[in-house]
Structure formats: C-alpha cells, structure tokens
Design a binder for this molecule. Structure first.
Ligand SMILES: Nc1ncnc2c1ncn2[C@@H]1O[C@H](COP(=O)(O)OP(=O)(O)O)[C@@H](O)[C@H]1O
Ligand SMILES: Nc1ccn([C@@H]2O[C@H](COP(=O)(O)O)[C@@H](O)[C@H]2O)c(=O)n1
Length: 205
C-alpha cells in the first residue's frame, strides 16, 4: 500500500504540531508517522554559533529541501528514513537521527511546506492552520523561552526582523495551495472531525 501524505502548513505557533498530534492520536501510531520540517533546517558547521544566530530561519532557502524530498520519496517506496535531530539551542543538527518507518499515513508539518512545488506535489490533503498573529507570537514567546533556550528580547527581535516579514512574504501566500484552512487550529473540533473523517475514509479504501 502506498502511503498517503498529509501536509500541514501555517505560521509559527499556529498549531501545526498540535493538529498533527491530534490526527496521530486518533488514528494510532501504527498507522501514522509525523515528520517536522524543522528537522530539515540546513546545518552550518563552518559558522560560529553567534553567526548562526543571525541567520534568517524563515526564508525558503534555509531548508534542506533536497533531503526532505529524498526522504518523502523513500517513504513513498516503503524505505525507512533517518531524520536528523535539530537543536534549536545550538542552532545546528545534533548528529543524531530519528528512525521513521513507512506508515499508511505520513503527516508532514512546517511553516513553508507548501512553498516548494516539488514538495507540495506529495500531499493528497493540504491543511493550512490559520491563527491570528497576536496569538502566535504569544505562544512563540512562551515556547521559545521555555523550550528553545531563548530570551524574551531575542524572540521579539527575531520576530520583528525576520519571522514577521517572511511570514507575510512567503508563508501567508501559500494558503492558496491549501485544500482546507483551519481557523484557530487543533481546538477547532468541527474542522478536526471533518479532517479525521476524510483520512479514515482514505484508510478504509
Ligand atoms: N488551539 C490551541 N489552543 C491553545 N493552545 C494551543 C492551540 N494549538 C496549539 N497551542 C499551543 O501553542 C503552542 C504552539 O503550538 P504548536 O502546535 O507547537 O505550533 P506550531 O507547530 O505551528 O509552531 C504549543 O504550546 C501548543 O500547546
Ligand atoms: N535555529 C532556529 C531554527 C528555526 N527557528 C524558528 O522556528 C520557526 C519554525 O518552527 P515552528 O515550530 O514554530 O513552526 C521559524 O519561525 C524560525 O524562526 C529558530 O528560531 N531558530
């Protein structure tokens, strides 16, 4: 059985991971795998950490799209993949990997997932999680300070200098490629029920 790929895009803090986990919880881990685009940030071993901190992590060129494409091709053909584990604290790959095995449903989530033609074409269902920017920045501050080793000042500066302008220029326009736009994200129970019913019907075909 060829896997069905489901893409979840949307701004930072919109709730992409939450939506992916709700789908996985409903269908079970034996039927689903989740891949985060965050694992495909390019590595810059030639730069110091201070130099890496200054990079623009919201521009389409910062992702290793060739590796992501190869991994999706492999899963499509039933081949397990080794996903690099990324450290937001070190702004670099850790050198460790997570083994992901082919499953009937492969969920991929990331801010710029629908930006690249060659990646977009994998997805049978394209979901855009649409959450207001004020809510997203509040969530981002909380998460980056608690989980990603950032200071309040650094989150605010990064948001104003790169995250916000890149969102407007590159992320928001990819909403046009979505099949479904979920306002407010994973707590939108009606939207989640509709999406889950569609995925279950694909699984039962
Ligand atoms: N609908 C929601 N209501 C309240 N909090 C939410 C909701 N969706 C996500 N969150 C919280 O917001 C934060 C960011 O959500 P996450 O799913 O990681 O977003 P993303 O993957 O788009 O960056 C997390 O702490 C998560 O628990
Ligand atoms: N070293 C890095 C790499 C990425 N980011 C930020 O992560 C955001 C995307 O992740 P979400 O889970 O929020 O979708 C993106 O907006 C980057 O700015 C970072 O801060 N540092």
């Amino acid at each position: 059985m060829k896997p069905t790929f489901i893409g979840i895009a949307g701004g930072t803090g919109s709730g992409k991971t939450t939506v992916a986990k709700i789908i996985q919880k409903s269908l079970g881990k034996d039927k689903t795998a989740i891949i985060s685009m965050d694992s495909y940030y390019k590595d810059f071993p030639e730069l110091t950490i201070e130099e890496r901190k200054k990079l623009n992590y919201d521009h389409p060129s910062i992702f290793d799209i060739e590796l992501l494409k190869k991994h999706l091709e492999d899963l499509k053909h039933g081949i397990p993949i080794k996903v690099p584990i990324y450290s937001f604290e070190k702004y670099a790959r850790t050198g460790e990997f997570e083994d992901i095995y082919p499953k009937p449903i492969i969920i991929v989530e990331g801010i710029l997932l629908f930006y690249y033609d060659e990646i977009r074409d994998f997805f049978s269902i394209k979901i855009f999680v649409d959450t207001d920017p004020d809510v997203r920045i509040i969530r981002r501050i909380e998460r980056d300070v608690l989980e990603r080793g950032r200071t309040l000042k650094s989150v605010i500066n990064q948001y104003l200098e790169t995250v916000r302008p890149m969102h407007i220029q590159f992320v928001e326009p990819t909403k046009q490629f979505a099949d479904i736009i979920i306002p407010r994200g994973g707590k939108n129970e009606i939207a989640m029920d509709i999406i889950l019913a569609k995925i279950k019907s694909i699984l039962n075909q």
